[in-house]
Ligand binder design. Structure first.
Ligand SMILES: [Zn+2]
Length: 449
């Protein structure tokens, strides 16, 4: 029998070659091609795929293996089949070739997330055709449109047809990267996503000729002061249970670890961490995992060199931690605006809350023991992503959703992260082997209880 790894690699190559590029347009994606690959993969196996096509060409396929115990928890393996666009000129090898070169499968989607989607299909088919009788339902879903908000995928199911893909527990992208260097045994598990609250601050001033600026309210100057205030009054850190677990897994020097565990000392400790030779690259992430962040992104004021600007604006990319509400964001910005009476207002009300799944759940415990079995000494490092995977819909419906994988030692957190949406996306055979066998282990054990 072909190994799990080789079967996964072959399917992954076909999925890459399906060229399911989602450029954001509702008529892009062409996930029907990935669906056709999967239909062929399952043909003759006895597995029945449900085909759902909410928009022309935007096909998702779902299969369900019924559990023996109606009370037992169900588990879904949810992989998206769309990929983001490429700039072919930046690639060393053709981006949709799916070639295996020097032990790596090359191509758009190799990492995000076709290797997982392929792994899910391979495991599901093996279990379904081997007479495995899961306690709870096992669901396989290969879904469209994750890269553009899931309008034609899980988002569509969420609003129109939840029962087809529903489950109590979910595995999806992504995890299994070493946090803190090649030798680290802290392995990431995605447990949640930060939320977002983009806002625009609008600043007013008096238009005047720039040859006599004295006493004029200059929108550009006010804008600079507002930015300075935003920096100095940045939201305070929050130390969550989950961050403490990650910190424990990281096994940093005791003194640094203690300081990273307290809201009073963490900000200085992050500065210190940034100087560390191997762990320094983690500093921005440690900061993002423990703070609601307010990043100034677009700043505009003035249009003519000889005119004092009477208006300006600052765009803010705000990412919120679990528990932070729209009111919290508005309160924070209002307190900054209050320092500039009559000159500053805040625009925008879009808010998507953060979400997370508890690390005290049975599935998380199974992930923990599987990681330890495959990587000696491995400890899970539960981390927050920066939004919008399909996990959020499942969490909204009350499911526990985790990002699971087991990557090879060289694919540390920063290295793996940089493979997403970038040129020369590729994945090594060891990562595929560890991940598909690890997933098989999690699924069998979780559904054998
Ligand atoms: Zn993805």
């Amino acid at each position: 029998m072909t190994s799990l790894r080789d079967e996964t690699v072959a399917l992954l190559q076909q999925l890459i070659r399906a060229e399911t590029v989602n450029d954001g347009a509702i008529d892009s994606g062409n996930e029907w091609r990935a669906a056709a690959v999967l239909e062929e993969f399952f043909a003759g196996s006895g597995v029945e795929l449900t085909r759902v096509e909410p928009f022309p060409g935007r096909v998702s396929v779902v299969a369900r293996l019924g559990g023996t115990d109606p009370q037992a928890e169900s588990l879904a393996l949810v992989g998206h089949t769309d990929v983001v666009p490429v700039k072919a000129a930046d690639w060393v090898h053709p981006p949709h070739s799916g070639e295996l070169i020097d032990g790596e499968v090359w191509g758009r989607g190799a990492v995000d997330m076709l290797f997982l989607t392929a792994s899910y299909a391979v495991i599901f088919k093996r279990l379904a055709t081997s007479g495995f009788a899961p306690s709870g339902d096992l669901v396989f879903a290969a879904v469209a449109d994750e890269e553009q908000g899931s309008r034609a995928g899980v988002g569509w199911f969420s609003e129109n047809d939840w029962s087809t893909i529903a489950a109590d527990n979910v595995l999806t992208e992504w995890g299994g990267a070493r946090l803190g260097g090649v030798g680290s045994t802290a392995m990431t598990v995605g447990v949640g996503e930060k939320g977002a609250a983009p806002r625009r601050i609008v600043v007013r001033g008096d238009a005047a000729h720039a040859s006599a600026p004295w006493g004029r309210s200059n929108a550009a100057v006010t804008l600079a002061k507002v930015i300075d205030r935003l920096q100095s009054r940045a939201p305070k850190p929050r130390i969550s249970e989950q961050w403490l677990e990650t910190l424990a897994a990281l096994a940093l020097p005791a003194e640094l670890s203690t300081r990273l565990a307290s809201p009073d000392t963490i900000d200085d400790a992050i500065d210190e961490l940034s100087e560390h030779p191997e762990l320094g690259e983690l500093a921005p992430f440690v900061h993002a995992w423990t703070h609601t962040t307010v990043a100034v992104t677009i700043v505009e004021a003035g249009s003519k060199v000889n005119v004092i600007p009477d208006s300006g604006s600052i765009s803010l990319d705000i990412r919120v931690l679990p528990g932070v509400t729209a009111e919290d964001v508005e309160g924070h910005l209002a307190s900054v605006a209050a320092e500039f009476p009559g000159l500053v207002s805040v625009e925008g009300d879009w808010f998507s809350p953060a979400n997370e799944s508890a690390t005290t759940t049975r599935l998380y415990a199974q992930i923990e023991s599987t990681l330890a079995e495959f990587v000696p000494g491995a400890k899970p490092a539960p981390i927050l992503g920066v939004g919008g995977s399909d996990a959020r819909f499942y969490r909204l419906h009350g499911a526990n959703a985790f990002g699971f994988g087991i990557l090879s030692p060289g694919l540390t957190f920063s290295v793996a992260r940089n493979r997403f949406h970038s040129a020369n996306e590729r994945l090594d055979l060891e990562s595929i082997d560890l991940t598909v066998r690890g997933l098989d282990h999690v699924v069998r054990n979780f559904l054998s209880a």
